[in-house]
Ligand binder design. Structure first.
Ligand code: HEC
Ligand code: HEC
Length: 286
């Protein structure tokens, strides 16, 4: 899923280099680095960090549910997220040390808008999904991140390789900060507290990263309309144990459920299911 984003320019790459030689090679490197670091203008974000002990526990749950640990490691110690010869070595940094240079407002902007402290668009961070996090959930999560034990692990630097460079200059490496709507109404801040509104909030801040912001899926992930075939007990077992209703091994969905969605409470699973059933998802198949 991530990888295909960087492979797009492969053929183009070889044609391009054949045509332009060493000069083209140098230009490519410079231009790609320039684009990677290009500043993105987004409105400042800010959030009140709530550090009482209940908020800290809830903040940790919010972070697990949204996949921070999946990409950054169980203790947020960071890891090499993607390492493909000729494409990219992409490092998900050690969050516990990276955030010490971030103010709370900068961290809110990174998470909900995908813009790093230095003002560039972050790779891979699913900020179009995080955008909808409520101020309350984000505030608790920041409190948790600030209190998480510091990890001493260091990592090699991210390295853009040929295909990622070609991808950048041909505009084939989408980063959420460049493509998302930074002004959309935020689902998490709606006053509506019905079960359906709750279900929509939870789905749109937990599932869209892979199933797409329109829930229609992509080449590797099915449309969420597939959930319509699930009864509530089956859906509960899907989210909390990663089990498909037909017993198939669900791969990434299974591991994601067992590490992330296992942190959902039953009433939250009920709400997501109710919302999915009420959605006109039949139209969202492909
Ligand atoms: C899909 C994987 C993924 C998820 C989910 C994810 N991150 Fe990241 N994160 C990354 C990658 C990759 C980078 C490096 C991006 C870059 O250098 O452009 C990163 C960068 C960061 C940085 C460092 C930015 C810097 O200036 O170096 C922080 C802090 C961070 N993420 C926190 C979080 C938090 C908190 C969450 C959960 C709300 C989260 N991430 C979710 C992959 C992810
Ligand atoms: C990290 C990526 C990821 C996230 C996040 C994710 N899914 Fe999935 N999901 C997948 C993939 C990949 C499949 C396809 C699994 C297969 O068929 O091998 C899938 C399949 C499914 C299916 C179809 C199961 C079947 O019977 O074939 C349903 C329903 C589903 N996901 C619901 C959800 C819901 C609800 C959420 C949010 C709470 C969610 N997913 C979040 C990756 C993800």
């Amino acid at each position: 899923m991530q990888l295909s984003r960087y492979m797009g320019g492969a053929l183009l790459a070889f044609g391009f280099l054949g045509l332009t030689g060493v000069g083209g090679w140098l230009w490519l490197g410079l231009r790609a680095n320039e684009l990677a670091a290009a500043p993105v203008q987004v409105p400042a974000d800010s959030v009140a960090v709530s550090g009482d002990s209940l908020s800290l526990v809830e903040g940790e749950r919010v972070a697990w549910l949204r996949g921070c640990h999946g990409c950054h490691g169980d203790s947020l110690q960071g890891k090499v997220f993607l390492d493909e010869p000729r494409v990219i070595r992409l490092v998900a940094p050690n969050v516990t040390t990276a955030i010490t240079s971030y103010s709370d407002a900068e961290l809110a902007r990174l998470i909900r808008h995908g813009v790093t402290r230095t003002g560039r668009a972050a790779f891979a961070m699913p900020s179009a999904m995080f955008y909808h996090l409520s101020d309350a959930d984000l505030g608790r999560m920041l409190a948790h991140l600030r209190s998480a034990p510091t990890q001493s692990l260091t990592h090699p630097a991210t390295e853009l390789r040929l295909m990622a460079k070609i991808g950048l200059v041909t505009n084939k490496v989408p980063r959420d900060a460049n493509t998302m709507d930074h002004q959309a109404p935020r689902l998490g801040n709606r006053a509506d507290t019905t079960q359906l509104a709750r279900g929509e909030y939870l789905a749109m801040t937990s599932c869209t990263e892979c199933h797409g912001v329109d829930l229609r899926g992509d080449a590797t992930t099915p449309a969420l309309a597939k959930a319509l075939g699930y009864t509530l007990p089956q859906f509960t077992s899907l989210l909390l144990d990663g089990r498909a209703r037909d017993g198939r091994d669900l791969g990434l969905m299974g591991t994601t459920a067992r590490s992330r969605f296992v942190h959902f409470r039953r009433d939250e699973v009920d709400a997501i299911w109710a919302w999915l059933q009420a959605m006109p998802l039949g139209a969202a198949t492909k």
